[in-house]
Ligand binder design. Sequence first.
Ligand code: NAP
Ligand code: COA
Length: 267
Amino acid sequence: MLFQSDLLTGRSVLVTGGGTGICRGIALELARHGCDVAVTSRSSEHLDPTAEEIRALGRRAVSVEADVRDAEAVAFAVERTVSEFGGLDILVNGAAGNFLCLAENLSPNGFGTVVDIDLKGTFHCCKAALPHLKQRGGVVLNISATLHYLGTPAQLHVASAKAGVDALTRVLAVEWGPHGIRVNGIAPGPIADTEGVRRLLDDAAKQRAEKATPLQRLGLIEDVSNAALFLCSRAASYITGATLVVDGGLWLASNREAFRMEPVSGR
Ligand code: NAP
Ligand code: COA
């Protein structure tokens, strides 16, 4: 059994994309530390098993289907969460889509679909949650990426969307700070055993990524959920507008091959 605490007892959270992968990990971690947890995405087949796991940890759970591209459906998911738990303290925006496609082959709808899910979906959720987050002071946590720090090929759509998410994190931190709402992000590197990595990296690319990462491994879901626990807790009470990179140092090291300088002899 992993460590449990009452750090977040009495808090309630809505996690988009919380039925699978990284955000399922975040939902369970916040539950382990006392949160009641609502999970939302398009498919109750993904959500219901996670809701059961949350109940097994002794917390209340809500599973509600919503496509984050649909502002009305998102508003309904937020209202369901509030009516079950009596309020909303934390919103985690993790719902996202990704596929590999070079820009020259990307259709307008392919580009727009990812922007609609990742960026506009995050906006819809933030807007719907705001009146509730204002009531008790709250936290928004946006799951971003590091792809847009560099010119990552075949990722124009995601890089554009996540750059927008980072902008949204910073602007809302400034606008909503006076309401007692902190807005932060997490930018994971490649995380093992996730759909994101299955879609982007074959076995050879995973091995290259491990070697290129200063900490010499892919991330684990718990590496991200531990960071989420910190940013959602009182331990981060003076942190807002920040996007915490959780990538073992990978993106910082990504020009290492080009700049592999040997000391010039005699100097
Ligand atoms: P994942 O398991 O596929 O998570 C994506 C989730 O989003 C799924 O639960 C999916 O559920 C939901 N979703 C997709 N479209 C939706 C929509 N239109 N409306 C509502 N929900 C929707 O993938 P993951 O790899 O764990 O990624 C989780 C997050 O981490 C994403 O924000 C991703 O960009 C970010 N990230 C991941 C990595 C990585 O290495 N995996 C690296 C950097 C960033 P339904 O199918 O049920 O809708
Ligand atoms: N390469 C190029 N274009 C693609 C593509 C691919 N692999 N997959 C989808 N598209 C395009 C489609 O062709 C379509 O464009 P078009 O109308 O011009 O043909 C557009 O994207 C929308 O595709 P569609 O399948 O209708 O979207 P959807 O709303 O059903 O699904 C996706 C959204 C495409 C993001 C889908 O991959 C998904 O549901 N992903 C969720 C899980 C995920 O991506 N996890 C990883 C998170 S990091």
